[in-house]
Every structure is written in C-alpha cells, then in structure tokens.
Design a protein. Structure first.
Lengths: 764, 392
C-alpha cells in the first residue's frame, strides 16, 4: 500500500469525523429539533395566551365600565375580542386560533368549521398544554386555554404538517451540512497532506533509500514547518549517520581484529574449550572438535557428561556442582573422555563459572593428556628401572667387594691346598680330603664368580664368537641331564658375531635353563632361539640403552610363569621363589650383570600359567671370531725373579710359596711404595711384577705408572679379586701385559707367567 | 416598646406623632389629620398606612412642602374602633383645625370617618377601604383608591375556573368589608362557572373554625376562599393544618398581602392565594413605584404592603390636586380628583361619578417558594399560578 501514511492519517480523521458527525447528528439534532419544537410550541402557547389576554382585557374593560353584566356590551366586546384574536393569529405563520363556546362549537373560523368538525380532541385540557388533536379533520397540535367569563375555549393550533416542516428541514440541514462539512474537511486535509506532507515525505523517503544503499543523499530544505524540521533533522541524521558509519567501520574493524584475535586464540588453543549450559554443550572450539571427533553441529546440544567416561562422571559432576555453588576454580580433575570413535583418552578438565548472554554457564577447559600420561607412566617405569638398576649397581658393588675379599681368602686356601697336594701322594689318606677341599674351594670360587658376574666383575676375556655354537653346546649339555623336558633349538643361520666371554654367557644360559626346568616340574618344552635383530631407537626403548643390531637369544618355557610382582624382582640378588636349598638367588642377578656387562640386555615376559620368555640381546660385533682352545696344562716350572706386590700378607705368603714352587725367585712388596723402592734398588734383577690392583695408599694403577717410569718395559701381571672391568681395564689399556683374577690356580699362574715372560723376551 | 405602648394607654389615649420634617421657613404648617390603628384587628395593615403617611410627610417637607408650607401630620390611635374614629376625626376637624384629612384603615372605619369628613366637606381619599357601601350614600367628597371589595376575588376565581377547578367554598368574617368581598366572590364564582358548595359567615374564629373546617373538608371543595382580617387568616391556616385539609386552591383576603406573612405563617403560607391592590415589585412599571419602594424600605426598614402603597398613592393624589388647585380649597380639590384619570405608584386612578375607584384593577398574588408572586392578571404575572394536586 503506497499511501499507507495518508490512509493512516486520513482514516482516523474520517473515522473520527464520521463518529463526530454521527455524534453531532445524534447529539445536536435532538436539542436543535427540540429547540425548534419548543419555539413552535412556545409560539403556539404565545398565540393562545395572547388570545386569552385579549379576552382578559375585554373582561377587565367590562369590569372597569361596570358593564360586565350588560348583554349588548358583552356581545359587542366578544366580537371585538374575536377580531383581536384573529389579528393575533394572523401575525403567526402557520399557527391559528379557533375559539369554541361552552358547547365546543366554533365561534371563529366558522366557514372552516362548517366544512368539517372544528376540533376532535379527547379530554380537552384547558391547561395550555400542547397535545395532538384533529382540527378541521386534519392532524394538528393544539394548546387550549379556557376563558371562564364567556365560557370560551381558546384553541391555538398548528397542523402537524406545518409543525414538522421546520423540524424536518432543520434535521436535513444539520445532517447534510455536517457530512458536507466533513467531506470538505477530508478533501482539504487530504489535499493539504498530499501537498504539504506526502510530497516532501516522498523526497525524504527517496533520499532515505539512497542512504540505505550507502549514498549519503540529503533533501533540499522545504521551509520551517514540521516537515521542514523533519527535512533538516533528516539531513542532520544523514550527516550524523555518515560520521557514525565511519566510526562504525572503525569500530567494526577493531572489533573484527579483536574477534579474529580471540577466534584465533580460541580455535588454536591447545585446550579443549567448551561452554556448557544446563549440562548441554553450546560451544566447542576447534581443539575440542578435533579431539572428540565430532563436528560443531553434532556436538552442540549434546549432554556434556555423555562425553565423559562413565567411571569419571561423578568426579566431573562433583567439580561442576562445586563450580556452580560458587567455588571459583574447582579442579582440575583428570578423567577419561570418549571420542566419537569410542576411544578413551585422558583429559585434564577444569571449569570456571561465568555468565553468557545473562545466563550462568560453565566454561570448561580440557587438555588432552593422553600422551603426557603415557610419557609419565613411561617415565615412572624408567625411573623404576633406573632405581632398580641403581639398586643392582649398589648391590653389585657390595657383591664385588665381598667377592674380592672372599677370593683373596680362597686364594690362600687354594694356594695352600695346591702346595700341600704337591707334597702328598695320592695314597695319602689326606689326599682325597685335600681334593675335596680343593673342590669346595672351586665351588666357592664359582659362587664368587656368580657374584662377580652379577657385579659385572666376572668378565675376564671377551672375544668375538658365534652364539649359535654356545647355545648348541649348552643346550646339548643341559638336555643330557634333564631328560623330562623337550628342548627345541631354533638357530638362525649366519648369525651375527658378538663379542663376549663364552664362559659367562654359558653361565647365563645355564642359569636360564635351570630356571626353566625348575618352572616345569612336571616336564615341558624349552624353546631356545637365536636371531639377528635390528632395533630402532623407538622400539628399543624398553630394552638396552642404545639402538642397533643385536643377536637375540630367546629362552621360552611352558612352565608356571610368574606374576607381575615376581617379574619385577627376578633380577634382584638373592631373590628366589625356590626353596632355600635349591637356589641362591644369584642366578638371574648374575645373568643380568653379565649381559649388561656385555652391553646387552636381558628381559623377561611372563604370565602365570602361560610360561616365561627371556630375551637376551647382545650387540653385534664386526670382529672375526678366534678359535682358541683353552687347555689347562699342568704347572710348568719357570725361572726369573718375580716382584709380588700385594697388601694382603696371606696373599703375599701363598703367592711367594706358589712362585717359589714354580721355580721363580720372589721379591715381595706389601705396598706400592715398597714395590717402587724394590724396583729402584733391584730393578735389573726383576723379570716380572705381579701387581695387586687394590691396595691402600698407592693403588695398583698409580704403582703401575710409577713402575713403568722406573722401568718402562718391565712386564706386569695385574692381579685382583675384582673383575677386569673398571680400573683393571684402564691399566690394561696403558700397557699392562696380563690379568689374573684371584683366586687363581697354580697352573693358571704358571701359564700366565710363562706367556708374559715369553712375549717379553721375544720383544726384546 | 411594650412599656411605651402601656404609657400611651394609661395616658391620654391619644398619640400624636409630630413629624420631624424640615419646616419651610416663614410659613405655618399645613396640618393633615388622620387616625391609625395601633391596636385591634387592623393594626397590621394600619401600621403600613401610618408609615407611608410619615414617609410622605418627610418627602413633602424635604421638597419644599405643600403650597410653600410645611406639612405636619396629626395622627390619633383609633384602636380599630369606629367610635374613636368618629371622635378623633371630629376633633381633628373642629379642634385641631386640620387643613387636610387622610383615611383610616378598613371599610368600617372609613365608613365612619367619611361621615364626619363629608359633613365638614373635606376631601377624603379612602386609601384603606374597598367596601362599596361607602359610595352608596351619595357622598361627594369620598373617593376610592382600592378596587372594590366585591371584585377582590374575581382574578382568583377566574384562575381556578381556567385551570379546571370546579367547586368552591366561601367563608367570611362578619364585617362590612369581608362580607362585601365574600358576596362578590360568591357572585363571580357563579358567573365563572364554579359550583359553590357552601357559603358561611362566621363570628368567632377560635370556636367556629375547627368544626367548620371539619365539615367543609368532607365537602372536598377544589377551592377554599376566606374573607377575613389577618389574625383570623393566620388562625385559619393553623386550623387547616390541624384538620389536615389541603384544598387545591386556598385564597385569603388581606393576610397574604402583608410582607411578613411568610415569616408568621411559615410553611403554611406556601401556595396561598390572596388579592392585592398592588405589590412592591420593582418590575411594575408605574411612575415612581421603584423610587417609593426604595424610599419606604430606607425609611422603615421593611418592604411596603399594598396598604402602604395605596396610602402613599392617596397622599400623592392629594398633594397633586392641591398643587393643581393651588389652594386648600376642598370643593375645587374634590372636583379635580373626580375628573382625574391618572397613574399613581400603585397604578391607574379613575373614579366613577359616585367616587368608586374604577381605574385600579386588583391583582392576585400567590406565595410560591417563600416568595410573593403576582399570578393575575396575566399581563402582570411574575410567575404562573400553582395549584395543589387533587390528592393533597
């Protein structure tokens, strides 16, 4: 509707005008008509009253003249009075007077009365009240007054037609005039509106449309009336809008930047950010969507708790409740959340209360800590392993010390027995006992060997070798003694070379075989396998400290298996699940130490009733294997002078005796300093030095260096109850010719001395 | 006031009031004699007459006197008694040698006074009488100022007949005037078509009214008309109220025309008709009427009744006639008055050859809403008449 305002303004005008006209017609017409009617009535009454006054006047005249009883005078005055009444009546338009006598006969207007009854009126009331009646056969309004003196009824009347004529005319004039005036007002108002309001408004509307499309159009001023003021206000508004538009652009730009910043922050946040209202998610940032796997439309409206793993919901709910109860920052809690794919992941969740769009909501920050948790667990595991390693290291140190001292003691026993048996024939009743003692010493030496193995002190000689041979030998040897178990050997052809002490590896394998046998009390299968493996750094994390190529030996049994707790302790020294007499608790501990000492690793997987698997990783070596038979010959006599350096008097004594037995001249020194002095004084007589590595004061290394300064080429056989690792190896690297571990047998000592002296003489 | 009145009674019985007018220097006063009723049945209307006489005396003397001479009133108290009237008028004329006489109040007293004045050929303007018998004796020097008593109720009866009332009872006191008025009313009721249910003349209002009204009430007349003087008028109203008798129209003579009627009668006065010779209504357009009313009120503090108006009119006529004649020549004055057709403060004055007033027309007043309204004749109406409903 294009002329809506015009209609909106004129319609009420028309309605109000029509109502007013209607009201005016209904409200004004009756009083006006009443007024006209009253005037007519008043005129009718006036005529009647004037007529009566004429009668009254005549009456008073007769009274004044004292002729009121004179018939002729009365008759004369009656005629005169009737004439005067007629004259009065003639002065009023449409109103007439008729005079009736006592018998209601017309005594005026006689001609008219002759044609029709003068008046037909019921209950003729002489009070002057106007009543309807029939006069001369026509409807009329009459007012009747009575003049008693002559018994006259003076009837003023007006015919109904004449009575209503001015009323009808007045009604028509009022109604027609009112509505005509209304029509004129409407037309005038409409025209004025069109010219004074509609046209200027159209210009303003046109300008407003141009403003709406960004053209800052103004309207030409049209005077100082309201429309002109509207125009001015519009122009001012346009100017203001133009300024405001610029400001808005600036604000919008700033707002967009700010919004972009917050959007970037929110969407790139490492945290999952969600807004939760009434437990329904109403917003989730990109991280939350990515982590959960849902799209925004999918996740909005979902219950927040459904994303939480059921076991953790009570904790999360509790935190949310505390938050809603006013705790500003409850939590965080660590919980699992469920992704769309059903994956359970760890999340650190915290919530804060806030108001969003006037409503209380929870702002939830979730941080996926699945990796962190895994790393933490790994760290804990590693720390545990480290603690375990440190513990084993400490125990190893302790065991090494004990083994050292114990070996020294055994050295004394061993030496004495060896010397005694040289002097006692086989048929001597003590010979067998000495052999038994010698065997016990050997067993004790084995025990200390185990200890030293665990303490990484038992590696005497590492050399390149193929483990398949060693595995085959040990399996065959073990299989011969344990017929109740089935041994399967799976050896990889072309197995890589490793650098290892074969006796110690043998010890490791035998320990594992024994444990497997003991785990399979009713018999079972023992599966031994070798293979070449290349372990990446990542995959190797749970194994040795470095990645690379390894030869892996797996020893699998079908025994009772172990639980997790037992599994954690199997490499602890003296930990055993066996009866006291069946195990020392040093088997796996020494295996652990030996493998570690070879730069490898030993690991175990086991479950109760599922059997056990041991993995032994030994690093690949690029060296070629040597084939050398170790043959322990009978002690052979030698010659030359040996300087025996040891702080232990017992070792000095037995060593001196053993060397003397072998034919050597013996000089002894109970300290490094003493050895230096002897070498300085009698150096040219000394062919070789047997040097104890651990001594109070000047140790073996320092003494070695001092001796070499005095005689740079004097052969030195290093001797220690400790393994060759550590100081011994460093001395060996500085040119020491040999190492012999306490306790040593006479044969080995003889062999070592002869080899060194042989090499020394050949090098000269 | 009571003490003063008592002293008069005990003393000489005559109370002469000397006007405190301004005497005209060097001239003997013209003595004007009259009796007034300070006591008796006529005392109330007579008081009005006395006050008008005094007002006239004052105004004449203030305006140069009469014939250049001051005027001095000589008034005696006739106590409403005819004999005293006769004696005092004899005394005034013979002993006091008054130059002019004014009339007492009432037809009866005027009748007696006129016998004396006619004998001495002194002009007497009967300003307080309307009984026609005064002019039936062939006197030459007595002129009426009132309309005649027998015509007092024509207007009232005309109104009742015009408004559809059909029956009337007429009561009258046994006096000249009242009988004359009742006779006139009776005659005119018949002529105007009203049916007279009873005509009764009473002698003692106190004893007769209760029984009389009890009987009349049973007749259920539309209109009731009493011709009496004021004391009986008030008594009649109380008797009507006591009898719970409320005719559609009630008319009393004299009493309702008095200014203090409503004060004395109270609500009983409402709706009562009465004849009057004049009313102090400033709307009445006669020359000097408004001035007289204001002067009277200023002089006396009360509004004048028609008695005061007619008395003042009589004085005006006498003064005017003397002025025209130019001497205190009574025969000439008499001739002048007899030929007069003039207008006084109460209206037209014109007498017939017998001296009866024929120029003046009586009016009918009605007390409406505590106010005295003229209801007849129609051309002088100040309010339309109101009739009680038939059930009242």
């Amino acid at each position: 509707m294009r002329h809506r305002i015009l209609v909106a303004i004129l319609l009420p005008v028309v309605i109000v005008g029509v109502l007013l006209s209607g009201w005016a017609t209904t409200a004004l017409v009756p009083p006006l008509l009443g007024f006209i009617q009253n005037r007519t009535d008043a005129g009718l009454k006036l005529v009647t009253n004037l007529s009566l006054e004429k009668c009254e006047h005549s009456f008073n005249y007769l009274l004044d003249l004292r002729l009121d009883e004179d018939p002729s005078m009365n008759a004369s005055l009656k005629r005169e009075t009737l004439s005067e009444i007629k004259a009065v009546s003639d002065q009023f338009d449409k109103i007439q007077v008729i005079v009736l006598n006592a018998h209601y006969e017309a005594i005026s207007n006689v001609a008219q009365a002759a044609a029709s009854p003068a008046i037909a009126i019921e209950n003729l009331n002489s009070s002057g009240t106007i009543v309807p009646a029939s006069v001369f056969g026509r409807p009329a309004r009459v007012s009747v007054l009575y003049f008693p003196f002559w018994r006259w009824h003076i009837v003023g009347f007006i015919f109904e037609k004449d009575y209503h004529a001015p009323i009808t005319m007045a009604r028509n004039i009022i109604i027609g005039g009112t509505f005509g005036l209304l029509l004129a007002v409407i037309i005038t108002a409409g025209l004025a509106f069109y010219l004074r309001v509609n046209q200027p408004l159209k210009r303003i509307i046109l300008a407003a449309k141009r403003v709406a499309v960004g053209q800052w159009a103004k309207v030409d001023p049209v005077g100082k009336d309201e429309i002109g003021q509207v125009t001015s206000a519009f122009n001012a508004m346009v100017e203001g809008l133009e300024v405001d538009q610029q400001k808005i652009k600036e604000i919008m730009s700033a707002l967009a930047e700010s919004e972009e910043m917050y959007r970037v922050i929110t969407e790139n946040s490492l945290s999952q950010i969600t807004l939760v209202k009434d437990n329904k998610i109403i917003f989730a940032n990109q991280r939350a969507l990515e982590d959960s796997g849902y799209s925004l439309p999918e996740i909005v409206g979902r219950s927040a708790l459904t994303h939480i793993y059921q076991r953790d919901r009570s904790a999360v709910n509790h935190m949310a409740s505390r938050c809603l109860q006013g705790d500003p920052a409850p939590g965080p809690v660590e919980c699992h959340y469920v992704t769309k794919s059903g994956e359970l992941r760890w999340m650190e969740l915290s919530v804060v209360p806030m108001t969003y769009k006037g409503q209380p909501v929870l702002l939830a920050h979730g941080l996926d800590i699945t990796e962190r948790k895994a790393a933490f667990e790994e760290q804990q595991r590693l720390e545990s392993r480290l603690q375990q390693a440190q513990k084993l290291e400490a125990i190893g140190t302790l065991a090494g010390g004990i083994a050292h001292d114990f070996n020294n003691l055994l050295m004394g026993v061993q030496g004495n027995i060896s010397l005694m048996m040289l002097d006692i024939s086989a048929d001597n009743p003590h010979h067998e006992r000495l052999k038994n003692v010698r065997q016990y010493v050997k067993t004790a030496a084995d025990l200390t060997q185990q200890l030293l193995g665990y303490a990484r002190g038992g590696k005497y000689e590492s050399k390149p070798l193929r483990l398949n041979d060693l595995v085959r030998q040990t399996a065959r040897m073990f299989g011969r003694t344990k017929k109740e178990i089935v041994i399967q050997v799976d050896l990889q052809p072309n197995i890589w070379i490793v650098e290892a002490d074969p006796s110690q590896i043998k010890q490791v394998l035998l320990n594992l075989y024994i444990n497997a046998w003991q785990a399979m009390a009713g018999g079972g299968e023992l599966h031994i396998k070798t293979q070449n493996v290349s372990l990446a750094q990542e995959a190797f994390k749970t194994f040795p400290e470095k990645a690379g190529e390894f030869v892996c030996i797996t020893v699998t049994d079908t025994g009772v298996g172990m639980d997790e707790e037992t599994l954690q302790k199997i490499f602890d020294p003296f930990f055993t699940t066996k009866q006291r007499e069946r195990g020392t608790g040093l088997g796996l501990a020494s295996a652990y130490g030996i493998v570690k000492n070879h730069g490898g690793g030993i690991f175990c997987q086991s479950k109760p009733k599922k059997g056990t698997i041991f993995f032994i990783y030994l690093p690949r070596s690029e060296k070629r294997p040597e084939v050398e038979a170790v043959d322990m010959d009978a002690p052979q006599a030698g010659s030359g002078t040996v300087l025996l350096v040891d702080d232990e008097e017992m070792v000095l004594n037995i060593g001196q005796e053993m060397l003397a037995y072998l034919g050597y001249q013996v000089l002894i020194a109970q300290s490094g300093q003493a050895a230096i002095e002897i070498l300085e004084q009698q150096g040219d007589q000394i062919d070789i030095v047997i040097l104890d590595m651990i001594m109070p004061g000047m140790g073996g290394a320092e003494t070695f260096d001092a001796l070499r300064q005095i005689q740079p080429h004097i052969p030195v056989l290093l001797c220690s109850g400790y393994s060759i690792e550590g100081q011994a190896s460093r001395i060996m690297e500085r040119g020491c010719e040999g190492f012999i571990q306490k306790p040593f047998e006479l044969e080995l000592l003889s062999q070592q001395l002869r080899e060194i002296l042989k090499n020394a003489s050949s090098s000269r | 006031m009571a003490l003063l009145r008592h002293m008069w009674v005990i003393g000489i019985g005559v109370f002469i009031i000397c006007a405190a007018s301004h005497p005209v220097e060097g001239a003997s006063p013209i003595l004007v004699g009259a009796t007034v009723s300070r006591e008796g049945r006529y005392q109330e209307p007579s008081k009005m007459i006395r006050l008008s006489y005094r007002l006239w005396e004052k105004q004449v003397n203030e305006t140069g006197g009469l014939l250049g001479r001051p005027v001095r009133l000589v008034l005696y108290d006739d106590k409403s008694q005819k004999e005293l009237v006769r004696q005092y008028y004899e005394k005034l004329i013979v002993q006091d040698k008054v130059d002019l006489v004014l009339a007492p109040y009432s037809t009866g007293l005027t009748y007696v006074a006129s016998e004396v004045t006619e004998q001495h050929r002194l002009v007497l303007l009967a300003s307080g009488a309307s009984g026609e018998m005064i002019w039936q004796r062939g006197y030459k020097y007595v002129f009426g100022v009132y309309g005649l008593a027998k015509r007092y109720f024509i207007g009232f009866l005309d109104l009742t007949a015009r408004n559809g009332l059909q029956t009337v009872v007429i009561l009258d006191q046994d006096t000249l005037f009242t009988r004359d008025a009742a006779n006139g009313a009776q005659a005119w009721a018949g002529r105007l078509g009203l049916k007279i249910l009873e005509r009764h003349t009473y002698h003692n209002s106190e004893t007769e009214f209760p029984l009389l009204l009890g009987r009349i009430k049973n007749l259920k007349p539309d209109a009731l008309l009493l011709c009496s003087y004021p004391p009986d008028g008030y008594r009649f109203l109380q008797a009507l109220a006591k009898a719970d008798f409320h005719p559609r129209a009630l008319a009393l003579s004299i009493t309702p025309s008095l200014p203090d009627f409503y004060e004395k009668a109270g609500p009983l006065a409402e709706g009562v008709f009465g004849p009057s010779q004049w009313e102090p209504d400033e709307r009445i357009p006669f020359p000097g009427t408004r001035r007289f009313i204001r002067a009277f009120v200023d002089f006396t503090g009360v509004s004048p009744s028609y008695h005061a108006g007619t008395a003042f009119a009589a004085c005006q006529l006498l003064q005017q006639s003397i002025g025209v004649v130019g001497a205190l020549d009574h025969p000439k004055i008499r001739d002048h008055i007899a030929a007069l057709d003039t207008v006084t403060v109460i209206g037209r004055f014109k007498v017939d050859p017998q001296g009866r007033q024929i120029g003046h027309t009586s009016i009918i007043i009605q007390w409406l809403n505590g106010k005295k309204e003229i209801v007849y004749p129609t051309k002088m109406q100040t309010a339309p008449p109101r009739f009680n409903s038939p059930s009242r």
